[in-house]
Design a protein around this ligand. Structure first.
Ligand SMILES: [Zn+2]
Length: 131
């Protein structure tokens, strides 16, 4: 089976991940994507595209190795226990940041107020002040 890169106009200039190298990139007006006979497999970034199809297998091989290592690293996390604040706490903090944004966004006091906001987060989360 032959895989084919197709070029199509892209409607949106959004971020995309490259299926070959895994890097995030911004789509230009031309989207390059890799297809098998029926389906689009993923986007190809412009750096990979420039390297040309002869390089695609080795780019993909390197990406497979990175993903395999990432999977191994994630797998090691299984044995840990997890701590996480409650969703209610998350929502409380979100309300706090909404108020903060309304009051300070774009103001001169923003930086100082942000330090205060970080302290308030730590109080609510019962975390020590120093980290
Ligand atoms: Zn790429």
């Amino acid at each position: 089976m032959s895989l084919k890169v197709k070029l199509r106009p892209s409607k949106y200039r959004t971020r995309a991940d490259c299926i070959l190298c895994g890097e995030e990139f911004m789509l230009s007006g031309v989207r390059a994507s890799l297809w098998d006979e029926k389906e689009r497999i993923g986007n190809v970034c412009y750096e990979c595209f420039k390297k040309g199809n002869n390089e695609f297998p080795s780019l993909l091989q390197a990406q497979v190795q990175r993903l395999r290592k990432e999977a191994d690293d994630l797998e090691k996390l299984f044995k840990h226990s997890f701590e996480c604040p409650t969703w209610e706490t998350f929502q409380e903090l979100e309300k706090l940041t909404d108020l903060f944004d309304k009051q300070f966004y774009g103001s001169e006091d923003y930086e100082d107020a942000f330090v205060q906001l970080e302290q308030k987060f730590k109080e609510i989360l019962h975390e020590p002040k120093e980290d």
